[in-house]
Design a protein around this ligand. Sequence first.
Ligand code: MOS
Length: 742
Amino acid sequence: MSNTTTNYIGKPASRVDGRAKVTGEAKYAAEFPAPGLTYGVVVSSAVAKGTITKIDTAAALSLPGVLQVFTHQNRPGLAWFDKKYQDEDAPPGTPFRPLYDEKILFSQQPIALVVADNFEVARYAASLVEITYETEPHITSIKNRLHEAYTPKEYKSAEPSPRGDAEKGLAQAEITHEAEYSHPSEHHNPMEMHASTVVLAEDGTLTVYDKTQGVQNSQNYITQVFGLAKEQVQVISPFVGGAFGSGLRPQYQLFLAVMAALELKRSVRVVLTRQQMFSFGHRPATIQHLVLGSTSQGALTAVVHEGFAETSRFEDYTENLVNWSAMLYKCDNVQLAHKLIQMDAYTPLDMRAPGGVTGLYALECAMDELAYKLDKDPLELRLTNYTNIDLSKDNPFSSKELKACYQQGAEKFGWAKRNPQPRSMREGKTLIGYGLATGAWEVNQQKSSAKAVLSPDGQLKVTSATADIGTGTYTIMTQIAAETLGLPLANVTFKLGDTALPQAPLQGGSWTAASVGSAVKAACEGIQEKLLAHIRNLKEGPLAGVQKLEEVLFADGKIILKSNPAQHMLLPEVMRLAGENFIEATVTTKPELRQKKYSMFSHSAVFVEVLVDEDFGTIRVTRVVSAIAGGRIINPKTARSQILGGIVWGMGMALEEESVMDQPYGRFINHDLAEYHVPVNADIHDLEVIFVEEDDDIVNPLGVKGLGEIGIVGTAAAIANAVYHATGKRVRDLPITLDKLM
Ligand code: MOS
C-alpha cells in the first residue's frame, strides 16, 4: 500500500453493523415481512430407515386456514428429481431431494410440509398428519464397523498423500506410540434457525430471504432445481445469526418454501425448529488410529494416521482429516488413510475447521503421549520436529511464524513453571494440569468480485455478494476500502448478501478476508486509477503535473502530493473538475500463479491450564493462551473475537459436545440446547489471544490469512493434554466427561 497510510487497517474498529444488530434493526431470514405471507411447518420422519406406507393428511387439511399439505404423493414433478444437480458444497453422490419418494433415508427426514395462513395453525396441523411406516433395520454408529470402511472414489478436499516408507520408519524407531482417538458427531447449533422467506411478486418473480453462507449458491440451487432463470430469483441475506458451515449447502427448508410458493402462488416462510436443526449435516464422528515412531532424541521416524469417518448412504463426505500429519512435522515416512463408513443418517457437513480440528486433535494428543514416553517436554518435541518446508508437497511455506507462537505463547502462559510429571501439581484436592497443542489451517483465496462507487459528496459504496455470518466481514471490508482511498470510515458503506451484487464465493474456509478483501482493495484501486486519469489532465492546481499513482497519497479524504504534502485536493474536487458525477470500478481478483509454489497455512500454539477436582472429576479450563500466526490482522478486535469463539468451541468439543445417537431409534436424542451441552459463561475464565507478527506477501495482496477457523484447531487437544497432565489419566474419546475420568 505504497500510496495509502494505515489509518484503518490494523486498527480495532468496532463493528459497523453493531448498532443494527443490538437494536434489532438487522433483519434475518425469518423476519422479512410480505403481504399475504403463509407459513410452512415441516413434518419430520420418526424413523431412521424404511418406507412410508401411508400418509393421512385429511385431519390437517380440514383445519380452517390450512392451504395444503405437500408430501411425496402430491409434490410437483420437477426435472431435478431425474437429473443431477449438486450445490457448491455438495460432496460426491446424490444430494438429498426432499419429498422425492416414500423412502426414508434418515431420522427426522422432512416428509411433509403443512402450509397455512398462520403459523400456529400450520404447526397444529402438522401434528395431525398421520404417517404409517414400514421400518427396516438401520445402522447409526460407526463403532465396531471399521471392517466396512471403504476408500471413497473421490475426495472433496486433499486426498491422503503418503511419503517414504512408514514400515521401515517404524522399524528404525527407538520409541513408538500407538493409540486410537475418537470423538462423536457434533452439531453446528447457530443461534439463528435455518429459515427461508419466499416472497412472490405479481409477475411471478421470487425474492428469497434465506439463511445462507452464499446467496449465489442458493440462487443457483433454486434456478437449477425449479428450472427458473436467474432473473426470476433474487436471494437476499444481509445478516446471518451464525452458521459455522451449516449454511454452506442450501438446506431443505429452502426447497420446501420455494416449492410451496410456486405451487400455491403465495409468499411462504419456512423456519426449522431447534430439533430440526439436528436433521441435516453435522461434524462426522471419527475413529483415528495413530502410530508414531521416533529416535530416543524425539526425531520422528514414522507417522501413521488412519482416519475412519461416518458418511451417509447417498453421499461420500470427506474433509481434510489426515493430511495434517504429513505437513505439520519433519518426518520422512508418513502413511495416511481416510476411509468412510456409511450410516443411515444425513450426510455430514463442514463444521468450523472441518477435518483440521478433528485430525489435529488426534495427532496432537499422540504427540503429547510420545513426549511422555520420551521423557521430553511436549514443546521441545514440537521444536525438535519443526519444519520450514511442507514435506507433503516439498514446498516452502509462504510464511510460518509458528516458532514465534510457541515462544510467545509459552512465555505468556508460564509454561516453564510446569512440573513435567503427570499428577504432580495440585492445590489441596484440586489437580492442576498444563497442556499444549499446535494448530494449523489452510489459507485460501477464491475468485471474487467487488464494485466500488464514489459519489460527488465523497461517499463510497462498495458491494459484493459475499456474506457476514458474524465474522465481521462488513467491518473489515469497510476498513479495507476506507484505507485504500484514504476516506473516513463513516464515508464508506459496504453491502453484501444479495445476488444482484458482484459475484463472491461462499463464506467459508476462512477465505473471505483474503478473497473478497482482495477484490474490495482492487476495486478501490480501480477508483484511484480513474481519479489519476482525471488528475493527469489537470493543467493547473495543486496536483497539476502528477502522472503516476506513486506520486500521491490517499489520506484524510484527500489526494496529497507526496513531494509537497501542502498540495492536495479532495476527491470530489477532482470529480467536479472532470465533470464526473460518479466514478465506479468493478474488479474480479483471483489467486496469483506464484502461490502454487508455496504451501499456505495459518498456525497456532494453544496453552491450557485445567483444574480437576480429585473427588468428582469435574474439569475447569481456567486459562487458555492461544498464540496465532494468521498473517496481517485487519482488525484486532474482530480478529480476537473470532479466536475467542474458536477457543470456546474447542472447550465444548473437548469437554461437553456430543450429539448422542439413540441407537434403537437411530436419531440424535439430545436435539436441543438443554441437552446438547455447549460452554456457558460460567465455564469461561481467562482467555488470552496473541497475534504474532507475520508478514506474507505471497498469500494475497493484503497479506491476510483468515481467522474464522484457526482458533478452534488445537484447543481440544491442548485441553485433553492438560487433563492428562493433571490426572495421569488419558481419555482418548471426546468429550472428556467426568464419568470417563473417574
Ligand atoms: Mo466453514 S465450516 O467453511 O463455514
